[in-house]
Ligand binder design. Structure first.
Ligand SMILES: Cc1cc2nc3c(=O)[nH]c(=O)nc-3n(C[C@H](O)[C@H](O)[C@H](O)COP(=O)(O)OP(=O)(O)OC[C@H]3O[C@@H](n4cnc5c(N)ncnc54)[C@H](O)[C@@H]3O)c2cc1C
Length: 491
């Protein structure tokens, strides 16, 4: 059996390694940072443990299917979230709980949109049709060429064509009349790293995945248990890891990649290479491909950046749920500008995850571990972050006001990551948190392919190749990539 070198140990790299090791390939993983996981990571500091990036996942059945296909038991436990999260509007003490039970959810709209239940059911029915009519045809498929991709698109029920020319926001407005319902329903577009105004309405299928099809899940003991569990399984299967090893160069021979070279000049050879570093960034920065020149990279459509910060506080917060969104009172203006205008940071919207709420090991007794995510322009639109502490302080003040408790004097641990740190730590182009966006011209066969254009022994896995960003997508990506590797190996 051939040996495979995987560059990067994000969830895409780890899950590909597991699939290939289970088929008998000899696998080694090279990772730039000091530990596995990539964006799915943890910070341990001052007695607290924080999830660094992902704080929940959807499509749990993809993880189960992955474990079955690798003949392992899923090496972590997950817990369903209900409510999925809360949404808080500024200037109001009212809090919306996003229950999966539609009656409980709808009751909260009784005074503002009395027919919400009926509308929501119709909205979800359409979202469900979009999901089921596209997932197997478009999302879970390898395409060898653009014509093959277009042929697959033609198979999608033409009834969905009108959706393709609408934005997520327009679709939400078609079904709902109150501004609260429109905002709450369209919030999920932010999970794709763009906004409801520049995300196609086809992604309303996400509302179906969150409310009906499967829901959201947390991992017992924190999200990093996914990585710890997988690394243990990989080590059992004989996969080896080299950390603090950044690939900066390569050699080629006879139309194949023959070695990759690390920051110290050390060469690593293999029969097959799988790149889990960002698929566009690697082609640009390491392989120097013309199609990914600095000018062309700058013109691609990237996701937003994230300002994330991690606070350990010396109190419990019973008034705050596990997952919470705090919105302002100018949703349309905010969402239309947040991708490119740093002025939105004067009144930022943000997400707060009380990590220790269900994972009591993540904070010492009587204390709480908080993780804040604030959508911000990526480094193309804001490259200076000298104002980071001012912005973080203003969010802490806003949060304190809204929950009726000043947490500032109670902070005993504080870590801040701007798009600069996200860029430098994981080689994310311009600190774009989710990599390439999912605009219609950057999905399917129009996204950087999972096979290399020039080297037939080189493949890609992860957020910027197919199918896209998010933990379940990394699992699907690994399946598509492993299929390519096996096909190449069997030739
Ligand atoms: C703030 C934030 C919150 C998120 N929240 C969620 C969420 O709640 N749910 C969800 O499903 N998804 C979420 N996501 C998205 C999710 O984290 C990503 O889509 C997923 O983790 C990407 O995995 P990956 O394997 O593609 O890439 P990565 O995790 O980026 O892994 C790539 C790896 O390659 C390494 N690498 C890069 N260059 C080199 C090199 N030259 N040599 C060696 N190694 C290299 C990197 O260090 C990294 O370890 C979030 C992302 C962010 C940033």
């Amino acid at each position: 059996m051939k040996n495979v070198l995987i560059i990067g140990s994000g969830l895409g790299g780890l899950s590909t390694a597991m699939r290939l090791a289970s088929k008998g390939f000899k696998v080694e993983i090279l990772e730039k940072t000091a530990k596995a996981g990539g964006r799915l990571n943890k910070i341990e500091k001052d007695g607290f443990t924080f999830d660094v990036g992902p704080s929940f996942f959807s499509m749990s059945y993809e993880f189960e299917e992955f474990a079955n296909e690798c003949n392992i038991k899923l090496p972590f436990e997950y817990v369903e979230l209900d409510p999925l999260y809360t949404v808080n509007f500024s200037g109001s003490t009212r809090k919306f709980y996003l229950y999966k039970d539609i009656d409980k959810l709808s009751a909260q709209f009784a005074d503002i949109e009395p027919d919400f239940k009926d509308k929501f059911e119709r909205y979800l029915k359409k979202a469900g049709e979009l999901f089921h009519d596209t997932v197997n045809v478009v999302i879970k498929q390898n395409f060898d060429s653009i014509p093959a991709y277009l042929a697959a698109l033609v198979q999608v029920n033409p009834i969905h064509l009108p959706v393709l020319i609408k934005s997520f926001w327009q679709q939400a407005c078609q079904y709902f009349s109150s501004s609260e319902a429109r905002q709450i329903v369209s919030l999920v577009a932010f999970f794709l790293g763009r906004t409801p105004f520049d995300t196609n309405a086809v992604y309303t299928l996400l509302s179906y995945t969150e409310f009906k099809h499967n829901g959201y899940y947390n991992v017992k003991g924190g999200m990093y248990k996914i990585v710890e569990g997988l690394v243990a399984e990989l080590e059992k299967a004989g996969v080896t890891f080299k950390y603090n090893t950044e690939i900066t160069n390569f050699t080629e021979k006879n139309g194949k990649l023959s070695s990759v070279i690390d920051q110290n000049g050390k060469h690593y050879t293999a029969d097959i290479f799988v790149v889990n570093a960002d698929a566009a960034w690697f082609r640009s920065k390491i392989l120097g491909r013309k199609k990914y020149s600095p000018e062309k990279m700058a013109k691609m459509n990237w996701t937003m950046g994230y300002l994330t910060f991690y606070l350990g506080i010396d109190t419990k917060l019973p008034q705050v749920e596990h997952h919470n969104y705090f919105l302002g009172n100018n949703y349309e203006t905010y969402a239309k500008n947040v991708m490119h205008d740093p002025n939105t940071l004067e009144k930022p919207y943000y997400y707060v995850n009380v990590v220790s709420k269900h994972n009591t090991d993540c904070a010492p007794e009587g204390k709480e571990a908080l993780f804040f995510v604030c959508p911000v322009p990526n480094l193309i639109f804001k490259d200076q972050w000298n104002d980071r502490d001012k912005i973080v302080d203003s969010i802490i003040d806003d949060f304190s006001n809204r929950i009726g408790k000043d947490i500032k004097p109670l902070i005993i641990s504080r870590t801040v990551l701007t798009p600069i740190e996200w860029q430098n730590e994981y080689n994310l182009y311009k600190g774009a948190g989710l990599g390439l966006s999912h605009s219609m011209m950057q999905i399917g066969a129009l996204r950087p392919a999972n096979f290399d254009e020039k080297y037939k022994n080189t493949f890609y896995v992860g957020a910027s190749t197919i199918p896209g960003a998010g933990l379940p997508m990394a699992i699907i990506s690994s399946k598509l990539t492993a299929e390519r590797v096996e096909k190449y190996n069997n030739k």
